[in-house]
Each structure stands twice: as structure tokens, then as C-alpha cells.
Design a protein around this ligand. Sequence first.
Ligand SMILES: Cc1cc2nc3c(=O)[nH]c(=O)nc-3n(C[C@H](O)[C@H](O)[C@H](O)COP(=O)(O)OP(=O)(O)OC[C@H]3O[C@@H](n4cnc5c(N)ncnc54)[C@H](O)[C@@H]3O)c2cc1C
Length: 464
Amino acid sequence: MDNLSLVWHRRDLRLDDNPAVHWAWQSGTVMGVFIFDPGILYSPETGGGKVEFMLGCLRELQANYRQLGSDLLFFYGDPPAVWQKIVNLCKPQRVFFNEDVEPLAIERDRRVKEVLRELGVEVRSFWDIGLHAPQELQTKTKEPYKVFTPYWKNWQSLPKPKPYDRPTRRMAAPQFSTMALPTLTDLKFSHTQSIPKAGETEAQRLLEEFSHPKKILQYKQQRDFPAIEGTSRLSPHLRFGTIGIRRLWQMTVEMEGDIRTAEERSSLTTWRQELAWREFYQHVLFFFPELAERSYQPRMRDFPWENREDYFQAWCEGKTGYPIVDAAMRQLNQTGWMHNRCRMIVASFLTKDLLISWQWGERYFMQKLIDGDQTANNGGWQWSASSGMDPRPLRIFNPATQAKNYDPDAQYIRTWLPELADLSTAELLTGTIAARKCQDRDYPLPIVNHNEQQKKFKSYYQKK
Ligand SMILES: Cc1cc2nc3c(=O)[nH]c(=O)nc-3n(C[C@H](O)[C@H](O)[C@H](O)COP(=O)(O)OP(=O)(O)OC[C@H]3O[C@@H](n4cnc5c(N)ncnc54)[C@H](O)[C@@H]3O)c2cc1C
């Protein structure tokens, strides 16, 4: 068809604040495309909860296209081959998409660009997943950053892009017969998680909820307490791109007018810093793609991990006998999300107490987290395992101290371990629960001794 532009959606499942959509809408008739790529869909890291969330986002995105007289078309297969078919079927003049930062996605996009150009289709790609593309920031010696603090100083000093308007121009798009949006069962997935609501409308509601009762201005005081709803819960939406990063930044700029105290200012800065952490991990994986496969610190590359399967199983199921660890793993398994403080606690526990390789934990998180994202997940795991880019690498979390500091009334533990709800707060925080009480409640005794295990970890670490 003359003057048809296609927008290839991948991790940007929205119309608002979307550069590819915005520029396509300037160009003529627009339709959306989504390709179910079996290479990603059936990789061991894709869990049913995540797929269901994605299907929910796609359903709303298709309805939004249809409201404007257009449509979102679905295809299945290896993207370069599928694009040949799409070009034969739809005869587009242009294809627009937003770039990715993960090594395999970069390679896929390179192959697709090649195919499209050979077929004579114009291709335009944009940076969308962060406020700043990885190449926009470099050290004074023109190197990529390896340390967060100087990255953050530079990042926050740069002017930030404005959001793109949501398209409103209606159009009469052509009809093509392609596959319907599949169901979870069609894709041969199932899950037992009670996952969060998907889609653009929900992402905007969460943003409103975080900014309008001004939760963001108490972020610094509240964000470390897993029993409090003190964080934005936007991570699954950032992962699937149901909200634009420029909208989030704009919200923080608007909130500046509401700041009354130094504490409130500091909360706003801390939240912006989290957005910068996200981009720091994008930056480092872009420049050091080998991090996807191995530890950044050479001393950790041949660390003698013990990798006991039975300990790993207990950790996955939330049956280690350490209540704060088990509560967090149950939250993950049941909801597909885990509080950041708890992600750090369970990651430290897996690596430093159970002596299991961080890659095992990284993989499990990717299967279960709806927000599972290679850059943030790899960065978080390498930070926790002391194998990453951290100037102060060796830190070992004591689960009891963490529980006492961040869940002082054991409210979070009681929520996720209802079988222990009647025990005293002291028992839940320290994890010293009498054997008989554990047995009555079908709860395990601690599978390892924290003090002994951390000594063992340190001895292995110091020998390196
Ligand atoms: C071991 C480990 C694994 C992790 N895996 C992931 C993952 O797969 N996907 C993911 O999005 N986050 C991951 N994180 C980071 C963090 O835990 C989550 O982003 C956060 O808990 C999401 O909740 P929120 O949206 O309420 O965050 P908020 O506190 O409201 O923060 C806003 C946004 O900033 C970003 N962000 C916040 N903290 C971090 C951080 N430490 N690193 C990078 N980005 C951050 C997220 O996009 C988040 O949605 C991981 C952290 C650790 C320690």
C-alpha cells in the first residue's frame, strides 16, 4: 500500500510518549506489528506470568490502535524471516522501531535492518528505553563508565528529552488477514502467580498514585521497608514499555513545585537516582556485553561455588528456614514481584550463605519476575554477589539484621509466611524458632548456619 508505515513494537507496548509511534504518525498511514519470537518466548527464562502480563499489554495496545482506525497485527516466527513475509503482505514504505540494549536483541535488529533495506524498505530506529542512550555518556577520558557515582553526576547534569504526544489523528488503515492475539494456552504457557494488572491505563494510574498523594516525596524514608507500599511498582511497566520514561521524568519535574522540605527534595533525588541506576546497567551491558555471561571481577570468574541442588531448591521454594528470605521468595513466586530490599537480601543469601553461583539466581529471577530485565537483573545480581562493578565489593547481608532493620514488626514476614503468623516478632526476626514449633507449622529449620557460611565465603574470596 502507498505510504504505509509500520511500527514494530517490542518492549514499548504503548502509544503515548513513544518516539517510533510519534514519527510514524507524522508520515501517513500507520499500523502496528508485534512478532511472537519463539527464540525469546520459549527460552528457559520466560515464565507464564510474564507472558500473561505481556498479552494483557498487547490486548490494550491493539484496542488503542483500533480506536484510531488502525490495527496492531500479530505474527509468529524468527523476526528476519517474518519481516520478509510482512513486506510481501503489507508492502510498507517505512518501518519504525525503538532500539533495545540487550546483546541478542541488538544482533536481531541488525539482521532485520539488513533484510528490510535489501527489500527496499526505509527503516528508522529511535532510542526510547532510557532518557540517555548508552553512547551519550562517557568519562573525561572518553571511556564508558564503570562506577555509578560519576555516571550519576554526569547523567543528572544532562538536559532531559520532553515526552512525545499521544497520537490522536484517526486514519483508515487497510485490512490484512493475520493471526489473532493468541491466548496463554495457545502459546502453551500456564502459571499460578497472581500478577499485576497490565497495560498503558494501569501504568498511568500507578504513576498518578505515586505522584498525587505525593508518595514520591516520602520515597527516601519508605522505600526500604517491604511491608510499606513506598515504591512506585512501575517496574513491570518499564519492562514492557507501557509507560514512557520521559513521562516519568516530567512527573518528577512537576513535583519539584510541591517540595516543602529538604527531606522531600532528597526523596525526589533518590527516586531519580533509581532511574539512573536502571540506565547505568543499560550503559554497562551495552559496552561490556560479556557481563551477560560472566562476572565482571576476574577474581570471581572461577569462584568455587558449591552449587548444591537441594539448597537451591529450598531457596526457590522459600524453605530455607530464614523467615525474611522465605517470605521474599514466596512474594516472588506468588506475585511475580519482589521488593528491592528483599531482592538484595535473597541474592546475598543465595551467593554468600548457600554458596550458589549468582547465575542460578539470575535465571530464576528472570523466570519469575514480571519485570525481569536482563540489564537490571544482571546488574543487581552481580552487585549482590560482589562480582560486579562496585568499588566496595565485599558485602555480606546478615538476614536477621536486615529483618530487624527493615521489617521491625515482622509484618512483611507474617504476610508471606502465614503459617508462622502467631510466633513472636523476635522469633521471626532472628529466625531462632524451636524445632517443635517448626515441625508443628511444617516450616523447616535453617538449612545452613549464617556465621559459618559467611566465614567460608570469605575464606574462598580471600584466597582468590
Ligand atoms: C538481585 C536483583 C535483581 C533485580 N532484578 C531486576 C529486574 O529484573 N528488573 C528490574 O526492573 N529491576 C530489578 N532490580 C532492581 C529493583 O529491585 C527493581 O527495579 C525495583 O524493586 C522495582 O520496584 P519499583 O518499580 O517499585 O521501583 P521504584 O523504587 O519505584 O524505582 C523506580 C524504577 O527505577 C528502576 N530501579 C529501581 N531500583 C533499581 C535498581 N537497583 N537497579 C536498576 N533499576 C532500578 C526500576 O525501573 C523501577 O521501576 C533488581 C535488583 C536486585 C538487587
